[in-house]
Design a protein around this ligand. Structure first.
Ligand SMILES: O=C(O)[C@H](O)[C@@H](O)[C@H](O)[C@H](O)COP(=O)(O)O
Length: 411
């Protein structure tokens, strides 16, 4: 139903929007969101994101805002070298690549004339607003349904357009949000044989290990649907992080050769264009295995990066790089539970230092970004204050005015 979303009404018109279900979508881009929700075209522009809001028939609304953060070019100066030496299952000594080896190209401190490069920040934010959509629903099972509808729609569109559907899974609780896919109406309708499954990150353990993201996905989801085993693109080497990262990148490139994956340019470098990347978010704002202020976050060329000191155990992992994630046609971030409320508030409402909140760096270059959030995770969003320019000075009120006019002043 059409709904006056008063959090975005004229300044001063304070009300208390209730957080049960809402959808925002940006920049006029059609967002692939569940059909049972009603959508608005109401665009609100933030320096960080462009968002739009509407509510469903439950009549409760919310939306999001995001970080006004500007970036500086990458560089340069950090460099501690620590070798991770350990023994593998056969007792052989193995040495993981180190941050300083892996990222030597980011640490040049002199330019071509031998002059010192100016000290600039390592992490980069895209300038300007960014479109995204936000769907807030009551419980985990509603999130699962919304995510299943979303995936089903992208699967159908991708298979129609290219003959395949490439989906990237993350670890953690995200796989639980796939539970509705294995049930009707989706289970019998989806063209599972055309699915190719990838991982956004993987922990350096054998794939049968309880910590393995593959193993978790297999148990919770993949064992319940008829996706051919050959279509599961896993990592085969878990001894040395850098070898695993290179091996996985080689597998992705093989998929490009087989035309199962297409490519796209992100900041002048070629990356795969996955149809859909599904991400969770950690309480520190990490996505995949890209952790706050880590060098890996500044990667601009590699598709897959090794991580030898993850703050979240297990410490050794590999992850798609940020531009690799941002090359996707669709990226969805799923956030469930009260333990995520604080980080979600930070991501949506707090300007962070560059690199401090990796989730704020997820900005699909030529694609759509969608958030799926439950009521508990949205519990700390201060939507009732979004119309207060003193508290949210980064709201772009001129765009809000345009949006209001274009929608008959419905927000
Ligand atoms: O392998 C991993 O650890 C992940 O891919 C990681 O990015 C995860 O998705 C988040 O940490 C959220 O995990 P939870 O939903 O379990 O908190």
């Amino acid at each position: 139903m059409a709904f006056s979303f008063s959090a975005y009404a004229a300044p001063g018109a304070v009300s208390t929007p209730r957080l049960v279900e809402s959808v925002a979508q940006g920049n006029g881009t059609q967002s692939a969101l569940p059909s049972r929700l009603s959508y608005g075209q109401n665009i609100v522009k933030f320096p960080g994101f462009v968002c739009a809001a509407s509510v469903n028939e439950v009549g409760e609304g919310s939306s999001n805002a995001a970080p006004p953060r500007r970036g500086r070019p990458k560089s340069t100066n950090s460099s501690t070298t620590t070798k991770a030496v350990r023994k593998n299952a056969e007792g052989k000594r193995v040495v993981d690549g180190t941050a300083s080896d892996e990222y030597a190209h980011m640490k040049e401190t002199e330019n071509q004339n031998g002059k010192p490069k100016p000290a600039v920040h390592l992490f980069e934010y895209e300038d300007g607003p960014w479109p995204c959509s936000v769907s807030i629903v009551p419980h985990l099972h509603d999130v699962a349904e919304a995510v299943a509808d979303y995936i089903a729609r992208i699967s159908e569109e991708s298979i129609k357009a290219r003959g395949y559907f490439s989906i990237v899974l993350s670890g953690g609780s995200l796989v639980k949000a796939l539970s509705a896919l294995v049930k009707e109406p989706h289970a019998s309708k989806l063209n599972w044989s055309k699915w190719f499954v990838f991982w956004a990150d993987e922990r350096m353990v054998p794939i049968s290990h309880a910590d393995s993201n593959y193993n978790d996905a297999k148990h919770e989801f993949l064992s319940k649907v008829p996706i051919p085993d050959d279509n599961l693109v896993t990592i085969d080497d878990w001894d040395v992080c850098s070898a695993a990262a290179n091996g996985y990148e080689a597998r992705l490139k093989e998929m490009v050769k087989r035309k199962i994956l297409h490519t796209t340019n992100v900041n002048h470098h070629k990356f795969p264009r996955f149809d859909l990347v599904l991400l969770g978010i950690g309480p520190d704002g990490h996505v995949a295995s890209l952790f706050p202020n880590s060098l890996q976050l500044a990667e601009t060329k590699k598709w897959v990066v090794p991580i030898t000191k993850s703050p979240k155990p297990p410490s050794r992992r590999i992850s798609l790089s940020l531009p690799c994630i941002n090359g996707a046609a669709h990226v969805a971030i799923v956030v469930v539970g009260s333990s995520k409320a604080e980080v979600l508030q930070r991501v949506f409402e707090r300007p962070a230092l560059p690199g401090a909140l990796p989730a704020q760096l997820v900005r699909p270059r030529h694609g759509e970004l969608a958030w799926f959030v439950d009521k508990q995770a949205a519990g700390r969003l201060s939507i009732e204050h979004y119309n207060d320019p003193k508290k949210f000075p980064f709201l772009d009120w001129s765009s809000l005015k345009e949006a209001k006019e274009s929608t008959g002043n419905q927000i």
